[in-house]
Write a protein that binds this ligand. Structure first.
Ligand SMILES: Nc1ncnc2c1ncn2[C@@H]1O[C@H](COP(=O)(O)OP(=O)(O)OP(=O)(O)O)[C@@H](O)[C@H]1O
Length: 504
């Protein structure tokens, strides 16, 4: 008989006027990987936060291991056997692996922490998750994939029976992603009930047994994964039939160079040569740690170049700070948009239009009506939910916060010569992804903006780039364009170069 580790019934939660969850049912038996999908703002994070005790639900029950709760405190959630691995991990960098695992549940002997016993047990737990680190390593020195395994080992030390993984591969390299998939497989075999939150359908197909799609706080679809097509899942997420993902028609781009980078070097990369013509969209494809992010940050002035030249049009620029990059007509949308670009207490509209307020103003007075019009056009283009201009940015879901920061640079009131995008659609749902590609492409086509973007997702490169440069070990090691630019060609190009670990 299969035991049911997690049974959620009628879960409901509102924030002000927004029904984030509306009568959600979800059952996950022991030994099942259950994928949780949904558009940005569908309610996925709210559901896992109710489960983890961060929010009290308004109605419904959460049953874990046979005990039913109307609400859980964070402590009760852990005691009941729930472990949630959030994207921003909760491990403490300054502590060792063993200290992290036993934080808050230290083993003591004669009133002192028994380090040796902790390290011995930690070693066993690390083995169970096939981690390659030692109990005495400092967590801050470990690559992201290992830190995540430490957190999973910590969950096992607390005898978790329900493991929730929130977009766990977002910050992992290809090799780390494969290793995590194997761990998920093992933990399923060991009888955990696993809830796996993701936007990536390939992960669902690879790992999950069952899938639930949330749409606007309700269950829009629930089934086993076997026999389910991608088109059916996309339709359930978006609430309309799937649009075919098509590679844009090859366009004749201008040959006038807009961005010319010559022998650029900086810590961890170089020399790098890149030319982007007016209206051209060039992808930088590489694994995490390849140096792709460093190149973009150096062009923008967030990092200092140690050698080389950068030209925008016919001007030579040497950005030492982001303000210099902006003054030279270069904008960067960082990958970690929430930490690096969002003002949580300002309204959605102010967040997107802040840099445009001056261009829109007439005679020094803010053009409020134009601001609203530009915001509304943008909100509909990127599928912002809810499309409320006055709501504080901090009240939007993670993916919608991404769209707000992205929208700052891709709205019609803001002109930049060179647009740099780091992982433009990470955390963004499948429906909005296509819209973002369309908006970026029309900026390039209509205004001649030179677009240089970094991505680790071959599908994204193929959907958005006219031409792609392969980055490995801080250098450009190949180039693909036209008919050669396919997902398969990208993957084989990157895997023939040595993978690097660590953050980009
Ligand atoms: N603290 C909050 N205050 C107000 N509204 C909130 C709050 N947290 C979430 N919401 C709203 O609840 C809804 C569901 O958000 P939630 O974060 O659960 O979505 P999600 O499915 O996790 O999205 P994403 O894929 O973007 O992470 C959204 O409309 C969001 O704006």
């Amino acid at each position: 008989m299969t035991t049911t580790n997690l049974r959620i019934r009628g879960l409901t939660k509102s924030f002000g006027g927004v029904r984030a969850l509306d009568g959600v049912d979800l059952t996950v038996p022991a030994g099942q990987v259950h994928a949780l999908l949904g558009h940005n703002g569908a309610g996925k994070s709210t559901l896992i936060k109710c489960l983890g005790g961060a929010f009290p639900p308004d109605a419904g029950t959460i049953e874990v291991g046979g005990t039913s709760y109307l609400r859980l405190s964070p402590r009760e959630s852990i005691a009941a056997g729930v472990a949630i691995i959030f994207q921003t991990l909760s491990v403490v960098d300054a502590l060792t692996v063993a200290e992290n695992i036993f934080l808050g549940q230290e083993w003591t002997r004669y009133g002192r922490i028994d380090r040796r016993a902790q390290e011995e047990v930690a070693a066993g737990l690390l083995e169970r998750v096939a981690a390659r680190c030692s109990p005495r390593d400092r967590v801050g020195d470990l690559p992201m994939g290992q830190r995540q395994l430490v957190e999973i080992a910590k969950a096992l030390s607390r005898s978790a029976s329900v493991l929730v993984l929130d977009e766990p591969t977002a910050a992992l390299s290809g090799a780390e992603t494969d290793a995590l998939a194997e761990r998920v497989e093992d933990l399923r075999t060991q009888g955990l009930a696993i809830v796996y939150v993701t936007h990536l359908l390939a992960e669902v197909e690879r790992l999950a047994d069952a899938v639930t799609v949330l749409r606007d706080g309700r269950v829009a679809h629930q089934s086993t994964v076997a026999g389910q097509t991608r088109a059916e899942l996309v339709a359930a997420i978006a609430g309309r039939p799937a649009q075919e993902v098509r590679r844009p028609q090859p366009r004749r781009t201008s040959t006038v160079p807009r961005l010319v980078v010559d022998a650029l070097r900086g810590p961890g990369f170089g020399p790098v040569d890149v030319t982007v013509a007016e209206g051209e969209r060039v992808g930088l494809f590489g694994l995490i740690g390849s140096g792709r992010t460093r190149v973009l940050e150096t062009l923008y002035g967030r990092r200092r170049a140690t050698a080389g030249t950068i030209r925008v049009g016919d001007r030579t620029v040497a950005p030492a700070r982001p303000a210099d990059g902006l003054a030279a007509g270069i904008a960067l949308v960082p990958a970690d948009r929430r930490a690096q670009g969002l003002f949580p207490s300002l309204s959605a509209q102010d967040n997107t239009l802040l840099p445009s307020v001056r261009p829109l103003a007439r005679h020094g007075v803010r053009a409020l009506r134009s601001e609203r019009r530009v915001f509304e056009a943008l909100a509909s283009a990127v599928g912002l939910r809810p499309a409320q201009p006055d709501l504080p940015a901090g009240a939007f879901s993670g993916g919608n916060q991404q769209k707000l920061v992205l929208g700052r640079w891709i709205n019609e009131a803001r002109h930049v010569d060179v647009l740099l995008l780091d992982e433009p659609t990470q955390g963004v749902d499948v429906g909005a992804r296509q819209e973002i590609y369309r908006v970026v492409s029309s900026l390039a086509a209509e205004r001649g903006t030179a677009v240089l973007f970094a991505s680790g997702d071959p599908e994204e490169i193929v959907a958005l780039a006219d031409r792609c440069l392969i980055v490995a070990r801080g250098r450009i090691v190949g180039e693909l364009s036209g008919a050669e630019l396919t997902e398969q060609a990208l993957l084989s190009a990157v895997h023939t170069s040595l993978p690097a670990e660590g953050a980009a």
